[in-house]
Structures are given as structure tokens and as C-alpha cells.
Design a protein around this ligand. Structure first.
Ligand SMILES: NC(=O)c1ccc[n+]([C@@H]2O[C@H](COP(=O)([O-])OP(=O)(O)OC[C@H]3O[C@@H](n4cnc5c(N)ncnc54)[C@H](O)[C@@H]3O)[C@@H](O)[C@H]2O)c1
Length: 255
């Protein structure tokens, strides 16, 4: 098994790509901790995942420093030092309009700060808190960021989201250099359109479906497509891969 005896932490593990990755990691022998701010979907995910292997759910808002610090201390006390940290959680399009994806002229400072606080600062806090222990252990590990093709190719009217994902791309390259001496590999996944609850509002009205027809593979991605790449990056299959920004987008970024 690819992750036998390994400890893996997945943020946003209650839904979509994080949930699919939790399934894949458990099937490959990992002990998994999922973090999510949605208590309801977190509990449902825990019930499902428990059938596959050892898993724990921690209720945590990644945008709140005290909650991240406390959750990470809990993980270090209960599971120990992680081998894999998948910084997957993020906010994008939302049905509720709580975090609107709009052009720069319609972006309030509050909206900008919220998107950056969760998509970027949340990943920074998790990486600081768990990466410190991974580095101190000295035996290495894998840190994965879930960015977006929005972080590598321009897309109209999702400017705050794009800025947050572009920052994760830059952070990936920086941290690969910072942490290489401790044998910690750092890579980023850049998904294209993936069929998850996050994308549901956009699928209804933004032309995403029409644009998929122009991509090489002509289909929407499934959460399992991302889970496969996360499994590769989290395991020794990618032992010599670090600092890489890998699109998983059906060829969208190759056009
Ligand atoms: N779906 C896509 O088309 C797409 C494309 C590119 C990148 N992404 C990225 O993929 C990642 C996973 O998204 P998904 O598509 O699986 O969406 P999703 O909405 O199904 O899952 C995201 C999960 O993150 C959790 N989350 C959000 N903010 C949080 C916070 N502050 N604290 C804790 N948990 C939080 C949500 O509750 C949810 O369970 C995100 O970072 C997203 O930006 C998605």
C-alpha cells in the first residue's frame, strides 16, 4: 500500500476533492485526519470514511488562527507528526453569495480579506503549525497545496480568488526551497473545473460547461481525478518531485 503506516491531514476533507482524497488515502493504508468548518458534512464524511480505516474529524475554521493552532496541537498529541499535509480547503463560488466571486470593481475589502484569509492564510497557518513538527522530526514528508488553474492562467472576474491561488503557487516554490533540507517535498495541484459542490453555482450560469467543450479531454473533472494526483504527491511515487505546480485540468491550461 502506498501510504501504509503514514499519517495524513486533509483540510476541507468533508466534501469534494478533500473527501475523495481521504477515501484514496485510507484505501492505501493511511491514518487520516480531516478538518472542516462544516460540522454537518464533517460528521457525515466521518461516518462514511470510518468504514475504510482509521480517521478522525476535527471541526475547525481555517481562517481563525486560534482554531488552527488548537487543531494542530490536537493532531500532534493524538496522531503524531503527519507525513502528508494536504492543504485543500478553499472557498470559491458560493450558492449563498457569502463570498461573491466578482470583478475587482465589485470586490469589497471585506470580501477580499475573507477569501485571502481562508484560501491563503489558512494554508499558511496549517503549514506553519504542522510543518514545524515535520521539519523537526527530520525524516521528511509531503506538503500539497490545492491551488487552481486560476493561479496560473488568467480568468475574468474572479480576481480575489485568483490572487489567493496565485499566492499559493508562489508559496509552493518558496517552501520547496525552505524545506528541502528537511526532506519535505512541497507541490501544488492546480485543478481545472471539478464537479464538486463549490462549482455547482458556476455550472449553472457562467459558461463553464461550454468552455469545457474546447478543452482537450472535453469533460469536467471528478474529485477522484484530483485524489489520484494527491495520492501520487503524498506517496513515495513522487519521491524526487518538489516545487512543482501540476495542473489537473483535462488539458485546459495547455490550450
Ligand atoms: N471545484 C473546482 O472546480 C475547483 C477548481 C480549482 C480549484 N479548486 C480548489 O479545490 C479545493 C477543494 O474544493 P472542492 O472543489 O472540493 O469544493 P468543496 O466545496 O466541495 O470542498 C471544500 C471544503 O472546504 C471546506 N472549507 C472551506 N472553507 C473552510 C474553512 N475556512 N475552514 C475549514 N474548512 C473550510 C468546505 O466546508 C468544504 O468541505 C479548494 O481549495 C478549491 O479552491 C476547486
Amino acid at each position: 500500500m502506498l501510504l501504509d503506516q503514514k499519517i495524513a491531514v486533509i483540510t476541507g476533507g468533508a466534501s469534494g476533492q478533500g473527501l475523495a482524497s481521504a477515501r484514496a488515502f485510507l484505501r492505501e493504508g493511511a491514518r487520516v485526519v480531516i478538518l472542516d468548518w462544516n460540522a454537518e458534512t464533517g460528521a457525515a464524511a466521518l461516518r462514511e470514511l470510518s468504514e475504510l480505516g482509521p480517521v478522525r474529524f476535527l471541526h475547525c475554521d481555517l481562517g481563525v488562527e486560534e482554531q488552527v493552532v488548537s487543531a494542530c496541537a490536537d493532531i500532534l498529541a493524538h496522531e503524531g507528526v503527519p507525513d502528508v499535509l494536504f492543504n485543500n480547503a478553499g472557498i470559491g463560488y458560493s450558492e449563498t453569495g457569502r463570498y461573491p466571486m466578482v470583478s475587482i470593481f465589485d470586490t469589497t475589502l471585506e470580501n477580499w480579506n475573507n477569501i485571502l484569509r481562508i484560501n491563503l492564510t489558512g494554508a499558511f497557518l496549517m503549514t506553519r503549525e504542522l510543518g514545524r513538527a515535520m521539519a523537526a522530526r527530520g525524516t521528511g514528508g509531503s506538503i500539497i497545496f490545492n491551488a487552481s488553474i486560476a493561479g496560473i492562467v488568467g480568468q475574468p472576474n474572479i480576481d480575489a480568488y485568483t490572487a489567493s491561488k496565485g499566492a499559493l503557487v508562489a508559496l509552493t516554490r518558496a517552501l520547496a526551497n525552505t524545506l528541502g533540507a528537511q526532506k519535505i517535498r512541497v507541490n501544488a495541484i492546480c485543478p481545472g473545473a471539478i464537479d464538486t459542490p463549490m462549482l455547482a453555482p458556476a455550472l449553472k450560469n457562467s459558461g463553464v460547461v461550454e468552455r469545457l467543450e474546447q478543452t482537450p479531454l472535453k469533460r469536467i473533472g471528478q474529485p477522484e481525478d484530483i485524489a489520484g494526483l494527491a495520492l501520487y504527491l503524498g506517496s513515495d511515487l513522487s519521491a524526487f518531485v518538489t516545487g512543482q505546480i501540476i495542473a489537473c485540468d483535462g488539458g485546459r491550461s495547455a490550450i
